[in-house]
Design a binder for this molecule. Structure first.
Ligand SMILES: Cc1cc2nc3c(=O)[nH]c(=O)nc-3n(C[C@H](O)[C@H](O)[C@H](O)COP(=O)(O)OP(=O)(O)OC[C@H]3O[C@@H](n4cnc5c(N)ncnc54)[C@H](O)[C@@H]3O)c2cc1C
Length: 607
């Protein structure tokens, strides 16, 4: 087997490839070129550049899956470049507090914590992430969303009936969203969608309680407010995961870390190192920060901060939209305007879990604690206990989640400042308890993490599928993949996986000359994840106001199963709310956007 790392090329051939690529060598920033000084002739670099067929930028789910797709099609000449000292990206765990039983800290997940929409029973397809978690024996526990208590600034107050009211409205809004998509009607914000079906928190008897419930079930999932979310695509992403797969969510408690499944998959094709583990495969370049990407119709040159350089026929860039928006990477030439506009159009939401370990459990056996602040919507709204049977019993760990603007605020504060605010809330929730201060408090600063700049993407209003396709589409030999390029599962691990697989397979087709990327998981037309296509991706130089139904197709990254209920929507189909989509393609088993069952819809939570 030939390894690209051993094929470092000398200055002369770098010059040749540079010229071939049409890259203006003089334009490459000097500071990024330590070790790659121009030769005396002024016609090349004095250093060496690794050469490979495909360079994969980022070793999160999308990057590892793209590499796996290449390997599966016998393309072993690739390099994976990763900022951090290990793979997994936003699926990342950190030590926290102390496990008295072992004398070691607990491992808590700073990023993705739930496998969502597992796809259990009812003939539903299985979420591929759940398949991998089972394969690699990841320890998980179903979250019990029935074990929830509600509070305000006076203590425990039962406002859980608001959940039913919200969910009835949500179900109705989903049907409306399906109508908008099917008939190519202009999209709305989720806030408008809610208002039109009568869900207006400010008009309810207890507005703060209604806001807390809305925060939990909307912002707590999308990490963005209903006012900042697109109705059609916000409804679709929920349908794809929770209706197509199922509404079961499992919380990961594996002390090896959630990313063990990604490492397990990587070990199946990255095992050429001296010790036989993925980490020592010379094709995986850890601790390498990409700073400059030059691309053309012939290839790509990637420069890293440490001065290293890679020349490749193709690049797959999997960095988050937060990284792209922070302009920490120089692209040469600059992105064309259709690409630049799409990068700036989509949003990066932030989701911050603040972990606290107390000397004792003073809150009991419930799992969730919803708090309605009298003044500020989203003020330390949902607490979750890890000191519960099946989780970390005896740990006295509680974590509270904030998102978006509150995330930005707390992430700029010290742990001590945050603790002071949180403890005021906790003491108000439990007025009859002598609540101790936590022994430990810690939380990630996602908004400032230089390899992510936020948690996961969200689809803003006034943005069509065509605009999103521009986010996905390649620019010459530079390709893109990640949760944010998934129109059907953006924000979720499965989005990153489907997109990594798709782009890896497309490029395998381009490199190998034969494209086998039908993306067909299950032999069904329009089955889960059938986003496969071959060759270059389409993009749109002129963006139209709306998207016609026939454009919701594989070319635009749309998974044909958005309208499938797989039996899960059966009850709903019998209800008047569920309607059949008009004019659907006959071949695809699309049955209209079913309203979600309010009883099941409580099973929603993100990470
Ligand atoms: C707090 C939080 C909670 C979440 N909860 C859930 C959940 O419960 N369920 C769920 O399904 N999903 C959840 N997600 C989303 C999920 O984690 C992501 O969708 C998924 O992990 C994204 O994978 P990716 O490959 O697209 O991107 P990433 O994981 O971001 O991979 C990109 C890689 O590129 C690297 N990189 C970035 N910049 C550079 C550079 N300059 N040079 C070199 N390398 C670079 C990064 O280090 C990273 O490893 C959550 C995410 C967060 C942050």
């Amino acid at each position: 087997m030939r390894f690209s790392t051993s094929a470092a090329v000398q200055a002369g051939s770098l010059l040749a490839s540079t010229l071939q690529l049409g890259v203006n060598a003089a334009a490459l920033p000097a500071g990024k070129l330590a070790g790659y000084q121009r030769s005396e002739s002024g016609r090349g670099y004095g250093g060496q550049c690794k050469q490979t067929k495909v360079v994969i930028l980022g070793a999160g789910i999308a990057g590892i899956t793209a590499a796996q797709a290449l390997a599966n099609q016998s393309i072993s000449d690739f390099l994976i470049v990763e900022y951090q000292d290990d793979i997994g990206g936003r699926v990342i765990n950190k030590p926290f507090g102390l496990n008295a039983a072992t004398g070691e800290p607990f491992q808590v997940e700073h990023g993705a914590n739930w496998a969502q929409g597992l796809g259990i029973g009812n003939g539903a397809p299985e979420n591929p992430i759940w398949t991998f978690e089972k394969k690699h024996n990841i320890s998980t526990r179903p979250s019990n969303f029935e074990l929830i208590m509600s509070y305000n600034e006076t203590g425990e107050v039962d406002f859980l009936s608001e959940i039913d009211a919200y969910e009835e409205a949500f179900a109705e809004m989903l049907v409306e969203a399906g109508e908008l998509l099917t008939n190519n009607i202009q999209d709305r914000t989720v806030r408008e969608g809610f208002s039109l079906v009568g869900w207006k928190p400010e008009l309810r008897e207890h507005p703060q309680a209604a806001e807390a419930v809305e925060w939990w079930l909307w912002d707590g999932e999308q990490a963005t407010t209903p006012d900042e979310s697109a109705l059609i695509f916000g409804a679709a992403v929920s349908n794809f995961t929770f209706l197509q797969f199922s509404e079961e969510n499992n919380f990961v408690i594996d002390q090896r870390g959630h990313n063990t499944w990604i490492k397990g998959e990587a070990s199946e094709f990255l095992n050429q190192g001296t010790d036989g583990t993925y980490k020592n495969d010379p094709r995986l370049l850890l601790n390498t920060i990409v700073s400059n990407v030059s691309y053309s119709d012939d290839g790509v040159i990637v420069l890293a901060e440490d001065g290293s350089c890679i020349s490749a026929d193709y690049a797959i860039l999997t960095f988050s939209i937060g990284v792209l928006q922070h302009e920490v990477i120089t692209f040469e030439p600059e992105f064309p305007s259709w690409k630049k506009t799409s990068v700036e159009s989509f949003q990066m939401g932030t989701y911050t879990k603040i972990f606290m370990q107390f000397p004792t459990n003073f809150w009991g056996t419930n799992e969730f604690f919803l708090y309605a602040d009298p003044i500020q919507r989203g003020w330390y709204p949902i607490f979750q206990s890890l000191d519960a049977e099946g989780f970390f019993p005896g740990s006295s760990i509680l974590f509270v989640t904030v998102v978006q603007r509150e995330s930005y605020r707390v992430e700029r504060m010290t742990n001590e400042q945050t603790q002071e605010e949180v403890m005021k809330v906790v003491r108000a929730m439990f007025p009859n308890v002598d609540v101790p201060d936590p022994l430990y408090i810690d939380y990630p600063r996602w908004t400032n993490t230089p390899w992510a700049y936020g948690s996961y993407s969200n689809w803003p209003p006034a943005t069509t599928l065509e605009q999103h396709q521009n986010l996905r589409a390649n620019v010459q030999r530079l390709w893109f993949a990640g949760e944010h390029t998934s129109s059907s599962y953006f924000g979720y691990m499965q989005g990153a996986w489907f997109e990594g697989r798709d782009v890896g397979s497309r490029i395998a087709g381009l490199v190998g000359g034969t494209c086998t990327n039908d993306g067909d998981e299950d032999g069904l037309v329009g089955g889960a994840g059938d986003v496969g296509a071959c060759g270059e991706m389409v993009h749109y130089v002129v963006l139209h106001g709306t998207t016609t139904l026939d454009e919701y197709n594989i070319e635009n990254g749309w998974d044909g199963t958005s309208f499938q209920t797989n039996g899960l929507g059966k009850e709903e189909e019998e209800e008047p709310l569920a309607r059949r989509g008009e004019g659907m393609e006959k071949k695809r088993p699309q049955v209209g956007w079913a309203a979600r069952n309010p009883r099941r819809a409580k099973a929603k939570a993100k990470a």
